[in-house]
Design a protein around this ligand. Structure first.
Ligand SMILES: Cc1ncc(COP(=O)(O)O)c(C=O)c1O
Length: 290
Protein backbone atom coordinates (compact mmCIF):
# COMPACT_ATOMS: atom_id res chain seq x y z
CA UNK A 1 0.00 0.00 0.00
CA UNK A 2 1.67 3.22 -1.05
CA UNK A 3 1.79 6.39 0.99
CA UNK A 4 0.61 9.61 -0.62
CA UNK A 5 0.38 13.22 0.53
CA UNK A 6 -2.88 15.16 0.47
CA UNK A 7 -3.35 18.66 1.89
CA UNK A 8 -0.83 18.47 4.70
CA UNK A 9 -1.14 14.77 5.58
CA UNK A 10 0.57 11.54 4.61
CA UNK A 11 -1.85 8.61 4.23
CA UNK A 12 -2.32 5.29 2.41
CA UNK A 13 -3.47 5.92 -1.17
CA UNK A 14 -6.74 4.05 -0.47
CA UNK A 15 -7.67 6.70 2.09
CA UNK A 16 -6.92 9.74 -0.07
CA UNK A 17 -10.17 11.47 -1.12
CA UNK A 18 -10.82 14.65 -3.07
CA UNK A 19 -14.31 16.21 -3.23
CA UNK A 20 -16.03 15.95 -6.62
CA UNK A 21 -16.28 19.74 -6.79
CA UNK A 22 -12.50 20.07 -6.84
CA UNK A 23 -11.73 22.28 -9.84
CA UNK A 24 -9.07 19.82 -10.90
CA UNK A 25 -11.85 17.25 -11.43
CA UNK A 26 -14.41 19.69 -12.86
CA UNK A 27 -12.21 21.88 -15.09
CA UNK A 28 -8.71 20.34 -15.15
CA UNK A 29 -7.90 23.61 -13.37
CA UNK A 30 -4.47 22.87 -11.96
CA UNK A 31 -0.80 22.31 -12.65
CA UNK A 32 1.60 19.46 -11.95
CA UNK A 33 5.20 18.26 -11.79
CA UNK A 34 7.00 14.96 -12.00
CA UNK A 35 10.40 14.70 -10.35
CA UNK A 36 12.60 11.65 -10.93
CA UNK A 37 14.25 10.30 -7.78
CA UNK A 38 17.29 8.04 -8.14
CA UNK A 39 18.35 6.01 -5.07
CA UNK A 40 16.09 8.34 -3.05
CA UNK A 41 17.93 11.45 -4.28
CA UNK A 42 15.59 13.81 -6.20
CA UNK A 43 17.13 14.84 -9.53
CA UNK A 44 17.05 18.58 -10.32
CA UNK A 45 14.48 19.21 -7.59
CA UNK A 46 15.02 22.97 -7.48
CA UNK A 47 14.56 23.24 -11.23
CA UNK A 48 11.29 21.26 -11.02
CA UNK A 49 10.11 23.45 -8.15
CA UNK A 50 11.02 26.61 -10.08
CA UNK A 51 8.95 25.35 -13.02
CA UNK A 52 6.06 24.55 -10.66
CA UNK A 53 6.23 28.13 -9.36
CA UNK A 54 6.12 29.46 -12.93
CA UNK A 55 3.16 27.19 -13.81
CA UNK A 56 1.26 28.32 -10.70
CA UNK A 57 1.97 31.99 -11.49
CA UNK A 58 0.83 31.57 -15.09
CA UNK A 59 -2.33 29.77 -13.95
CA UNK A 60 -2.89 32.42 -11.24
CA UNK A 61 -3.15 29.72 -8.56
CA UNK A 62 -1.83 30.69 -5.13
CA UNK A 63 1.32 28.76 -4.30
CA UNK A 64 0.48 27.11 -0.97
CA UNK A 65 4.11 26.33 -0.04
CA UNK A 66 7.52 27.92 0.10
CA UNK A 67 10.36 26.31 -1.87
CA UNK A 68 11.74 24.84 1.39
CA UNK A 69 8.35 23.36 2.32
CA UNK A 70 7.96 21.76 -1.13
CA UNK A 71 11.45 20.33 -0.88
CA UNK A 72 10.74 18.85 2.56
CA UNK A 73 7.44 17.24 1.47
CA UNK A 74 9.05 15.64 -1.61
CA UNK A 75 11.90 14.24 0.50
CA UNK A 76 9.58 12.93 3.18
CA UNK A 77 7.30 11.26 0.64
CA UNK A 78 10.28 9.68 -1.14
CA UNK A 79 11.63 8.40 2.19
CA UNK A 80 8.29 6.67 2.91
CA UNK A 81 8.35 4.53 -0.26
CA UNK A 82 9.68 0.96 -0.25
CA UNK A 83 11.48 1.47 -3.61
CA UNK A 84 14.64 3.45 -4.39
CA UNK A 85 14.05 4.91 -7.85
CA UNK A 86 10.84 6.91 -7.99
CA UNK A 87 8.76 9.29 -10.02
CA UNK A 88 7.31 11.78 -7.56
CA UNK A 89 4.16 13.26 -9.08
CA UNK A 90 2.49 16.29 -7.57
CA UNK A 91 -0.35 18.51 -8.55
CA UNK A 92 -1.94 21.67 -7.24
CA UNK A 93 -5.49 22.57 -8.22
CA UNK A 94 -7.40 25.79 -7.61
CA UNK A 95 -9.38 23.95 -4.93
CA UNK A 96 -12.98 23.04 -4.18
CA UNK A 97 -15.80 25.45 -5.10
CA UNK A 98 -19.29 25.60 -6.60
CA UNK A 99 -18.93 25.08 -10.34
CA UNK A 100 -18.37 28.42 -12.05
CA UNK A 101 -15.67 29.20 -14.59
CA UNK A 102 -14.51 32.39 -12.87
CA UNK A 103 -12.05 31.97 -10.00
CA UNK A 104 -13.71 31.27 -6.64
CA UNK A 105 -13.10 34.04 -4.09
CA UNK A 106 -11.63 31.96 -1.31
CA UNK A 107 -10.92 28.42 -2.43
CA UNK A 108 -7.90 26.74 -0.86
CA UNK A 109 -5.56 25.05 -3.38
CA UNK A 110 -5.59 21.24 -3.24
CA UNK A 111 -2.15 19.65 -3.04
CA UNK A 112 -1.78 15.99 -3.93
CA UNK A 113 1.49 14.09 -4.17
CA UNK A 114 2.26 10.44 -4.89
CA UNK A 115 5.30 8.44 -5.81
CA UNK A 116 5.55 5.49 -8.18
CA UNK A 117 8.48 3.28 -9.10
CA UNK A 118 10.40 5.12 -11.82
CA UNK A 119 10.29 3.27 -15.09
CA UNK A 120 13.11 4.39 -17.35
CA UNK A 121 13.69 2.75 -20.76
CA UNK A 122 15.02 -0.81 -20.61
CA UNK A 123 18.55 -1.57 -21.78
CA UNK A 124 16.97 -3.14 -24.85
CA UNK A 125 14.98 0.03 -25.66
CA UNK A 126 18.16 2.09 -25.28
CA UNK A 127 20.10 -0.21 -27.60
CA UNK A 128 17.37 -0.74 -30.19
CA UNK A 129 15.68 2.65 -30.12
CA UNK A 130 11.96 3.28 -30.33
CA UNK A 131 9.41 4.13 -32.99
CA UNK A 132 7.29 7.26 -33.25
CA UNK A 133 4.57 8.63 -35.46
CA UNK A 134 3.87 12.27 -36.29
CA UNK A 135 0.75 14.36 -35.83
CA UNK A 136 -0.38 17.95 -36.12
CA UNK A 137 0.11 19.78 -32.83
CA UNK A 138 -3.43 21.00 -32.22
CA UNK A 139 -3.00 21.88 -28.54
CA UNK A 140 -3.57 25.33 -27.05
CA UNK A 141 -0.98 28.12 -27.11
CA UNK A 142 0.21 27.83 -23.49
CA UNK A 143 2.15 24.57 -23.76
CA UNK A 144 4.82 26.08 -21.48
CA UNK A 145 2.41 25.74 -18.53
CA UNK A 146 2.53 22.24 -17.05
CA UNK A 147 -1.25 22.07 -16.86
CA UNK A 148 -3.19 19.01 -15.68
CA UNK A 149 -5.65 19.68 -18.57
CA UNK A 150 -3.92 17.07 -20.70
CA UNK A 151 -6.65 15.90 -23.06
CA UNK A 152 -4.75 17.37 -26.04
CA UNK A 153 -1.58 15.47 -25.10
CA UNK A 154 -3.55 12.32 -24.23
CA UNK A 155 -5.29 12.22 -27.64
CA UNK A 156 -1.98 12.84 -29.41
CA UNK A 157 -0.14 10.18 -27.39
CA UNK A 158 -2.87 7.65 -28.20
CA UNK A 159 -2.13 8.03 -31.93
CA UNK A 160 1.32 6.49 -31.39
CA UNK A 161 0.05 4.03 -28.76
CA UNK A 162 -2.46 2.72 -31.33
CA UNK A 163 0.43 2.30 -33.80
CA UNK A 164 2.57 0.48 -31.17
CA UNK A 165 4.96 3.46 -30.92
CA UNK A 166 6.66 5.17 -27.99
CA UNK A 167 5.85 8.78 -28.87
CA UNK A 168 3.94 11.14 -31.13
CA UNK A 169 6.12 13.85 -32.64
CA UNK A 170 4.26 17.09 -33.17
CA UNK A 171 4.35 19.69 -35.91
CA UNK A 172 2.62 23.05 -35.70
CA UNK A 173 2.35 24.98 -38.96
CA UNK A 174 4.93 22.65 -40.50
CA UNK A 175 7.48 23.17 -37.73
CA UNK A 176 8.61 20.79 -35.00
CA UNK A 177 7.28 21.69 -31.55
CA UNK A 178 7.80 18.72 -29.18
CA UNK A 179 6.29 15.27 -28.59
CA UNK A 180 3.14 14.35 -26.66
CA UNK A 181 5.05 13.90 -23.37
CA UNK A 182 8.67 14.77 -24.19
CA UNK A 183 10.94 17.26 -25.95
CA UNK A 184 12.62 16.46 -29.26
CA UNK A 185 16.20 16.86 -30.48
CA UNK A 186 17.23 16.49 -34.13
CA UNK A 187 20.79 15.59 -35.11
CA UNK A 188 21.98 16.70 -38.54
CA UNK A 189 25.55 16.76 -39.78
CA UNK A 190 26.94 16.44 -36.25
CA UNK A 191 24.89 19.36 -34.88
CA UNK A 192 22.34 18.92 -32.09
CA UNK A 193 19.25 20.95 -33.00
CA UNK A 194 16.09 21.70 -31.04
CA UNK A 195 13.32 24.29 -31.09
CA UNK A 196 14.03 27.23 -28.80
CA UNK A 197 11.91 27.50 -25.68
CA UNK A 198 8.63 29.32 -26.31
CA UNK A 199 4.96 29.16 -25.36
CA UNK A 200 4.65 26.25 -27.83
CA UNK A 201 6.69 23.72 -25.84
CA UNK A 202 7.11 22.62 -22.27
CA UNK A 203 10.51 23.78 -20.98
CA UNK A 204 11.76 20.29 -20.14
CA UNK A 205 14.11 19.83 -17.22
CA UNK A 206 15.71 16.94 -19.16
CA UNK A 207 16.03 19.24 -22.22
CA UNK A 208 18.06 21.61 -20.01
CA UNK A 209 20.23 18.75 -18.74
CA UNK A 210 20.94 17.58 -22.30
CA UNK A 211 21.82 21.15 -23.30
CA UNK A 212 24.10 21.49 -20.28
CA UNK A 213 25.85 18.18 -21.03
CA UNK A 214 26.25 19.02 -24.74
CA UNK A 215 27.68 22.45 -23.87
CA UNK A 216 30.15 20.98 -21.36
CA UNK A 217 31.26 18.37 -23.93
CA UNK A 218 31.60 21.14 -26.58
CA UNK A 219 29.13 19.41 -28.90
CA UNK A 220 27.68 21.77 -31.53
CA UNK A 221 24.22 22.89 -30.47
CA UNK A 222 21.67 25.16 -32.14
CA UNK A 223 18.18 26.31 -31.20
CA UNK A 224 16.01 27.16 -34.16
CA UNK A 225 12.81 26.38 -36.03
CA UNK A 226 12.94 22.94 -37.63
CA UNK A 227 10.85 22.29 -40.72
CA UNK A 228 9.08 18.96 -41.02
CA UNK A 229 11.32 17.94 -43.96
CA UNK A 230 14.46 18.51 -41.86
CA UNK A 231 13.10 16.31 -39.10
CA UNK A 232 12.20 13.57 -41.57
CA UNK A 233 15.70 13.64 -43.07
CA UNK A 234 17.53 13.81 -39.71
CA UNK A 235 20.55 11.61 -38.99
CA UNK A 236 19.21 10.99 -35.49
CA UNK A 237 16.12 11.89 -33.47
CA UNK A 238 15.98 11.89 -29.68
CA UNK A 239 13.12 12.39 -27.25
CA UNK A 240 13.85 13.54 -23.71
CA UNK A 241 11.82 13.53 -20.51
CA UNK A 242 12.21 12.77 -16.83
CA UNK A 243 11.07 9.19 -17.33
CA UNK A 244 12.45 8.51 -20.83
CA UNK A 245 15.71 10.32 -20.05
CA UNK A 246 17.25 10.37 -23.57
CA UNK A 247 15.76 7.86 -25.98
CA UNK A 248 16.57 7.40 -29.68
CA UNK A 249 13.69 7.39 -32.15
CA UNK A 250 14.70 5.09 -34.99
CA UNK A 251 11.54 5.05 -37.11
CA UNK A 252 9.17 7.91 -37.79
CA UNK A 253 5.84 7.05 -39.46
CA UNK A 254 7.29 3.65 -40.37
CA UNK A 255 10.37 5.10 -42.15
CA UNK A 256 13.88 4.69 -40.73
CA UNK A 257 15.53 7.71 -39.12
CA UNK A 258 19.13 7.79 -40.44
CA UNK A 259 20.18 4.16 -40.73
CA UNK A 260 17.33 3.01 -38.47
CA UNK A 261 19.57 2.44 -35.43
CA UNK A 262 20.48 4.63 -32.44
CA UNK A 263 23.29 6.84 -33.77
CA UNK A 264 26.76 7.62 -32.42
CA UNK A 265 25.72 10.99 -30.98
CA UNK A 266 22.86 9.32 -29.13
CA UNK A 267 25.19 6.70 -27.67
CA UNK A 268 27.57 9.45 -26.52
CA UNK A 269 24.77 11.57 -25.02
CA UNK A 270 23.20 8.56 -23.32
CA UNK A 271 26.52 7.66 -21.69
CA UNK A 272 27.17 11.26 -20.62
CA UNK A 273 23.64 11.50 -19.23
CA UNK A 274 24.10 8.34 -17.13
CA UNK A 275 27.48 9.65 -15.86
CA UNK A 276 25.90 12.99 -15.02
CA UNK A 277 23.11 11.25 -13.08
CA UNK A 278 25.61 9.13 -11.13
CA UNK A 279 27.59 12.22 -10.18
CA UNK A 280 24.48 14.09 -9.01
CA UNK A 281 23.34 11.03 -7.03
CA UNK A 282 26.70 10.53 -5.35
CA UNK A 283 26.77 14.20 -4.35
CA UNK A 284 23.18 13.94 -3.08
CA UNK A 285 23.94 10.82 -1.02
CA UNK A 286 26.96 12.55 0.53
CA UNK A 287 24.81 15.59 1.38
CA UNK A 288 22.11 13.38 2.93
CA UNK A 289 24.74 11.48 4.97
CA UNK A 290 26.43 14.70 6.21
C1 LIG B 1 4.54 17.86 -23.31
C2 LIG B 1 5.83 17.56 -22.61
N1 LIG B 1 6.97 18.05 -23.11
C3 LIG B 1 8.16 17.81 -22.52
C4 LIG B 1 8.26 17.04 -21.37
C5 LIG B 1 9.62 16.77 -20.74
O1 LIG B 1 9.76 17.47 -19.55
P1 LIG B 1 10.78 16.96 -18.40
O2 LIG B 1 12.09 16.76 -19.09
O3 LIG B 1 10.80 18.06 -17.43
O4 LIG B 1 10.22 15.68 -17.87
C6 LIG B 1 7.08 16.52 -20.80
C7 LIG B 1 7.16 15.73 -19.57
O5 LIG B 1 6.20 15.31 -19.01
C8 LIG B 1 5.84 16.79 -21.43
O6 LIG B 1 4.69 16.32 -20.91
Amino acid sequence: MSTVYLNGKFMPIEEARVPVLDRGFIFGDGVYELVPVYSRVPFRLDEHLARLERSLDAARIRNPHSRAEWRAIVLELAAKQPFEDQGVYFQVTRGVAKRDHAFPKDAVPTVFMMSNPLSTPSQEAVERGASAVSAVDDRWLHCDIKSISLIGNVLLRQISADAGGAETILFRNGKLSEASASNVFVIKGGVILSPAKSNLILPGITYDVVVEIATAAKLPLEFRDLAEAEVRSADELWVTSSSKEVLAIVTLDGKPVGNGKPGPMFRQMHRLYQDFKQKVMRAGKERQAA
